[in-house]
Design a protein around this ligand. Sequence first.
Ligand SMILES: [Fe+2]
Length: 207
Amino acid sequence: MNVRAIEKAFTILFSLENGLSTDKESAKRHLTDVKQMFADQEEAEARLKKENPLIYEFYDLGMPDAPGDLAFGTSITYPGKIGDEYFMTKGHFHGILETAEVYFCFQGQGIMMMENPEGEWDFQCLAPGKAVYVPKRFAHRSINTGDTPFCTFFCFRADAGHDYKTIETKGFRKIVVDKNGEPTVVDNPRMVACGSCRLVRRIEKML
Ligand SMILES: [Fe+2]
């Protein structure tokens, strides 16, 4: 538990152009850190033999994780694909499942993929100016469906915590791939539970 108290107001600058801050060091996730999340493992391995691209970065400001505090920062997911699957964040549940989160998009375009432990899933398309409310109990993952960095500002209850392990182990039941140039939500072929459902849902026109 981070018990450092924030006793004074403070500001931190995040660039509206690229989401980065010069005040703080970001946490970076390269392909080697997230390769197991992608459906096409052969393609991920082949790519790693050539390069190890930065997939996303985000800011953890180390806010006190006491009830009543807030954690916030920016998340930047870079454009690119592994096979036909877009670059994305690992995704996570909150350690305290009953906690929600808000993401506000200010650059690029992408999708927030969401799924709860009961297997319900949803996604929302984001573009600059759009905010998404991620309900409590829903794991969430940012996916860049554009060709520029997908930048969001997020805020959630600071004591919520993160559960990455469940997603690392089980994955999301839906993934987003490029089909003939269009972002398309499909079943995750690596999830046996989805094997009987072949429904492909096309994303309505992006903003
Ligand atoms: Fe979160």
